[in-house]
Design a protein around this ligand. Structure first.
Ligand code: NAD
Length: 255
C-alpha cells in the first residue's frame, strides 16, 4: 500500500491538469451508505420506484420518491465531510485541479472546502427542490417540514406545479451544461482520479472512458474492483479516507 500511495503522490506531482471524479464511496466514511453495497440504500428502497418516469406518472410515484428523499434528509442531513473530502479540497492548493466532478448529491465536497466553481454535481443536489413547471429552485427545509407534517406530495408555492427534489432521478437527463463542463474537464486533463465509484452508472461512467481516450492517465481508488481497473495507470484498492489523505500529505511534504 505504501508504494501505491507514493505512486499516487508522484502522479499528482507530474500532472499539469487534474480532474477528480467521485462517487458514493467517498461519502461512506461520513456515514452515508452507497447504493449497491450490503446495507446500502437499495436494501430499503426499490430502484424501480425511483425513476423519473414513475415520478412523472402520478401522485403515488411522487409520494414514494418524496418518501425516499425524506428518509435521506433525516438519515444523512447531519453527515460531515470525512478526511477524503478534505484531501480533495486540499488538492486545490498543491495541484492544478480543473474540476471536481461528483455523482454525489450530498454537498460534502463544498462543505469540505472545494471551490463552488470547481464542483460539478452531475446528479444534482439533495439540498434544493425544483419546480418542473416554472423552474423555481429553493432550499429543502420548507419541504422537509411539510413532509414531516404528512404532506406527502408537496406542490410549488409559486405556480402550484409539480415540485421535485433537486437531484437527477434514474432516466432523467443530466443537465446539459453540467455534463458539457464535466466532459470538457475529462478530455482536457492529464490525470483523471476516480474515487469511490463503481464506474457503472451512465452517463457519468462515460467520463473516465473519455479521459482515457483523450490520453489522460487514470487512477482508481475504490474498495472493490471496477470495470476500468485494467485500463488504469494505478489502482488503489482501499478506503478513500485512508489512502487519499496519505497521498496528498506526501505531495504537500515534498512540494
Ligand atoms: P456505487 O454505489 O455504484 O459504488 C460505490 C463504490 O464505492 C463501490 O464500488 C464501493 O466498493 C466503493 N466504496 C464504498 N466505500 C468506499 C470507501 N470508503 N473507500 C473507497 N471506496 C469505497 O456508487 P456510484 O458509482 O457513485 O454510483 C451510484 C449512484 O449513487 C450515483 O448516481 C450517486 O448519485 C448515487 N449516490 C449518492 C450518494 C451520496 O450523495 N453520498 C449516496 C448513495 C448513492
Amino acid at each position: 500500500m505504501r508504494d501505491e500511495i507514493r505512486g499516487l503522490a508522484r502522479l499528482i506531482q507530474e500532472s499539469c491538469r487534474l480532474t477528480v471524479f467521485t462517487g458514493a464511496g467517498i461519502s461512506t466514511e461520513s456515514g452515508i451508505p452507497d447504493f449497491r453495497s450490503p446495507g446500502g440504500i437499495w436494501e430499503r428502497f426499490d430502484p424501480e420506484d425511483m425513476t423519473f418516469e414513475s415520478f412523472l406518472a402520478d401522485d403515488e410515484g411522487r409520494r414514494r420518491y418524496w418518501q425516499f428523499h425524506h428518509d435521506c434528509w433525516k438519515s444523512f442531513g447531519d453527515a460531515e465531510p470525512n478526511p477524503a473530502h478534505l484531501a480533495v479540497a486540499r488538492l486545490q492548493e498543491c495541484a492544478e485541479v480543473g474540476a471536481v466532478i461528483t455523482q454525489n448529491i450530498d454537498g460534502l465536497h463544498q462543505r469540505a472546502g472545494s471551490s463552488e466553481e470547481l464542483v460539478l454535481e452531475l446528479h444534482g443536489t439533495m439540498w434544493e427542490v425544483k419546480c418542473l413547471e416554472c423552474g423555481e429552485r429553493r432550499g429543502w427545509r420548507k419541504v422537509f417540514d411539510l413532509l414531516e407534517n404528512e404532506i406527502t406530495v408537496p406542490r410549488c408555492e409559486v405556480c402550484g406545479g409539480i415540485l421535485k427534489p433537486g437531484t437527477v432521478a434514474f432516466g432523467e437527463p443530466v443537465p446539459d451544461d453540467t455534463f458539457t463542463a464535466a466532459r470538457d474537464a475529462s478530455i482536457s486533463c492529464d490525470l483523471f482520479l476516480c474515487i469511490g465509484s463503481s464506474l457503472s452508472v451512465f452517463p457519468a461512467a462515460l467520463l473516465p472512458r473519455m479521459a482515457l481516450e483523450s490520453g489522460s492517465r487514470l487512477v482508481i481508488i475504490n474498495r472493490d474492483p471496477t470495470p476500468l481497473d485494467g485500463s488504469a495507470e494505478l489502482v488503489i484498492q482501499g478506503l478513500a479516507g485512508e489512502t487519499l489523505p496519505a497521498a496528498v500529505a506526501l505531495v504537500e511534504e515534498t512540494g
